[in-house]
Design a protein around this ligand. Structure first.
Ligand SMILES: CC(C)(COP(=O)(O)OP(=O)(O)OC[C@H]1O[C@@H](n2cnc3c(N)ncnc32)[C@H](O)[C@@H]1OP(=O)(O)O)[C@@H](O)C(=O)NCCC(=O)NCCS
Length: 145
């Protein structure tokens, strides 16, 4: 498995397959995806993208830290899940691209993924909330101060 920063076009097919099933590729683009401050990452096996994550500069008023980054679009292809790849990808993103530059990372976690993030040291803040068409979520975060 090779970890690298990639272009948004490289991550979109996995985003579509895992997080936006049945939606056209264009519907898998997020606002801020193409900003210079946004970064996309992948784990590849023989050039094939199998796990993806994106970080973008976005402040959440729940937190006082100045340097905040938001994690988005974290996904592992179904046949590669539960093989430590999500952990491997997110840990490398944190160590190489988040900790050196930011004080806090936050995101909206799908309820089903909460145990995964907890294992990596992220905590829940606030109540569960519904994102229409996707499901129940919690805000999760980790401080690097
Ligand atoms: C959530 C997701 C990114 C996790 O990636 P993964 O590669 O399957 O997870 P890993 O194998 O790296 O898991 C790391 C640890 O978390 C645990 N874990 C992972 N998913 C879990 C789950 N749904 N429930 C409980 N524990 C889970 C693993 O058992 C493992 O524990 P261990 O270190 O004690 O062995 C992946 O399953 C996925 O893409 N799911 C569908 C899309 C999704 O929900 N994305 C998150 C959007 S917020």
């Amino acid at each position: 498995m090779v970890f690298s920063e990639v272009s948004v076009s490289e991550i979109l097919p996995v985003r579509q397959q895992v997080l936006r099933q049945g939606k056209p590729l264009e519907a898998c683009m997020m606002e801020s995806d193409e900003l210079s401050t946004t970064q996309h990452f992948a784990l590849k096996e023989n050039q094939k993208v199998v796990a993806i994550a994106t970080i973008m500069q976005q402040k959440n008023d729940l937190f006082s830290q100045e340097k905040q980054v938001r994690l988005r679009g974290m996904a592992v292809l179904p046949e590669y899940q539960k093989q430590q790849l999500g952990k491997k990808l997110l840990t490398q993103v944190e160590n190489k691209f988040v900790k050196p530059h930011y004080d806090l990372m936050w995101f909206n976690a799908r309820e089903k993924a909460v145990p995964f993030y907890r294992k990596l040291g992220f905590e829940i803040i606030g109540e569960r909330f519904l994102i229409e068409g996707i499901g129940e979520h919690f805000v999760m975060y980790k401080s690097y101060e």
